[in-house]
Write a protein that binds this ligand. Structure first.
Ligand SMILES: [Zn+2]
Ligand SMILES: [Zn+2]
Length: 255
């Protein structure tokens, strides 16, 4: 299994980093994880035609995580070079189906037809949930401390390799539990200071989760302006676990 970091930025326009977007690659199977604006181009740069994705998984439906969903379905439905025949399966938190329904109403006929559309499977926002994804990938989820149907996501390959993506979240015991001992933890570190709304993490909050979960490796993502990279790496690095800031185009081989 490979975890490809397509977008490691935020909604703030940035020359180096795009909004959140990731790819789980298992053999011939490709599962998109989130997808803010620019994700389809980054997929193409990596060599994957977005119209042939096997599935999508969304941590939540804020725009910096799903801005390319309507363009993706539009490309699958109408794209010159072959209209997709099979439906596109999506997993998201409870309420994702209603969200998609509003997108479909906004673009009538363009992102759904009788022969093609996204088919949503919803995951619990009350407690643990799981699903089996294409390629034999198991998805385990926990509710995150955020909004817009937010989930923590863990992907397990058939050989047992594991990666957790925090999604957007405030301090969350559920994230520490889900990430216990995983091969890779990709976690947001959006805030420079403790977030008064508890809907994002700051370096000390990430360090607490990392010290509890003890993953083998940590990548930080989703830095907002004001958070200094060196400070975040120093604080989280005190846990004694390899930590780095993620970059767009990074590929992690997980075996
Ligand atoms: Zn969010
Ligand atoms: Zn976000």
């Amino acid at each position: 299994m490979k975890f490809v970091l397509l977008g490691t930025g935020t909604l703030v326009p940035d020359a180096e980093r795009g909004p959140a977007g990731f790819l789980v690659e298992q053999g011939e199977h490709h599962i998109l994880v989130d997808g803010g604006s620019g994700t389809l181009q980054r997929l193409a740069r990596y060599g994957v035609d977005a119209r042939r994705l096997d599935a999508g998984v969304y941590s939540h439906w804020h725009l910096d995580h799903c801005g390319d969903l309507a363009p993706l379905l539009f490309a699958m439905r109408v794209g010159i070079g072959g209209v997709r025949r099979e439906h596109y399966p999506i997993w998201g938190g409870q309420g994702f189906g209603e969200f998609l329904g509003k997108l479909e109403a906004a673009f009538p006929g363009w992102i759904r037809s009788d022969n093609f559309g996204a088919v949503v499977s919803e995951l619990s926002l009350q407690g643990p949930d799981h699903a089996l994804l294409p390629g034999g990938i198991r998805l385990d989820t926990r509710p995150a401390r955020h909004s817009a149907g937010a989930l923590h996501l863990r992907f397990t390959s058939p050989s047992g390799a594991t990666v957790v993506f925090s999604g957007d979240t405030g301090p969350s015991p559920a994230l520490a539990e889900l990430a216990a001992g995983v091969d890779l933890l990709v976690t947001e570190c959006a805030a420079a200071e403790p977030d008064p709304w508890n809907s994002h993490l700051w370096p000390e909050a990430v360090a607490e989760i990392v010290s509890l979960a003890r993953p083998k490796r940590v990548l930080l993502t989703h830095f907002y302006p004001g958070l200094e990279e060196a400070h975040a790496l120093e604080v989280v690095g005190r846990c004694g676990i390899p930590v780095a800031r993620a970059w767009d185009g990074q590929v992690v081989e997980l075996g």
